[in-house]
Design a protein around this ligand. Sequence first.
Ligand code: IMP
Length: 429
Amino acid sequence: MPATVVIGTQWGDEGKGKVVDLLAADADLVVRFHGGNNAGHTLVVNGEKTVLNLVPAGVLHPGRVCVMGSGMVIDPDVLLGEVDALRARGYLADDRWLRVSEQAHLIMAYHRLIDRARERLRGAGNIGTTGRGIGPAYEDKMARTGIRVGDLFDEEGFREALARNVREKNGYLEALLDERPLSFEELYSCCEVHRERLRPFVADTGAEVRAALAAGQRVLLEGAQGTMLDIDHGTYPFVTSSNTLAGSAAAGAGLPPRLIGRVIGLTKAYTTRVGSGPFPTELANALGDRLRADGDEYGATTGRPRRCGWFDAVVVRNAVALSGIDGLALTKLDVLTGIDPLRVCVAYEIDGAHRDMPPGTLRAWTRIRPIYEELPGWRESLGQARSLDDLPGAARRYVERLSALVGAPVVLLSVGPQRDQTIRLGDVF
Ligand code: IMP
């Protein structure tokens, strides 16, 4: 049984929490393969809201094994806080239900400090990062100076690596970022506590995922952020520091690409973005405010208001092409109730030239003129719909048009935050 990967097709916040939670009911393992606690996945189960930043969104199904893969960057304080909060509510009752890759990189206090200080110094030109140290941790990984989860258990080697890093970061923090240096001893003693608390979870997770697949188990690979935040293919430099495409799931989880059978693209029925950077269909007006209010569009991680705008078919078409998306999980269709007419961006015009796909440079991104098509809206609320036939005709036509414009079928439709506010239209595994 090959694995299924779920990724975001826009700028993140497409509703991965709800959809991964839903699909996890049919999975044995749920694996996150990149990113860190910049992600915020919101789940509403029996009216109770849970926000997960690190632990995979399968955790609310007891018995599912939640795996944090080698492609992730992990802040141990945040992870252990999340584990404690989940345990206090009766989840994660068995240590074997959480597996943490020994090859994932650790986010240290200096990474958070550097992230925030750099953003402060960038002023108005900032990226709008989540300030969680994600970029600086991935920088160290690529520079081959990072410290990995498994290194915690080689006490002598860990001490040396931490001392080297603290020396170097303190020089940088003081000389260039105008920050106070960190104490090595304080950092080291925190890490000693982390080592003992993380010990039961740490594993060669790639081997475990491959063994599960070989044994015929169902594996769901959970992406974070979205295609337009991909470090290579997004709106660089206004992106995150990892690859967010389906293609990175194999490396980040530790499995051969041919064992990925299906790719599901999470897509919101309109567009949002949090942080700075290009957003051609942004509605910086009362309609954008209305989408934000009706869709509760505030960052799950930072609480920042999300920028809102019309559906951009160019962005999602590109995600379908880049990740080979087999089916879309279309979310938040209910939020569009009462907006009439609706607009959808079908193509871009850049300096007079028509484009069906996004440009590759920031300069071109800033020159986009969206080409819109208008579609009729509907007035009925959709929260009770459980099949396509329950939807008003205009809502059905909106879904069909989006699917045709981006070139992928809709396999799942979400009409509210609860698990049962979902219409299943096709297979996911
Ligand atoms: P970083 O990942 O914290 O470095 O932030 C880089 C950019 O990605 C910023 O614009 C963030 O707002 C955005 N970002 C990071 N993670 C998420 C996410 O999970 N959802 C939406 N935007 C995100």
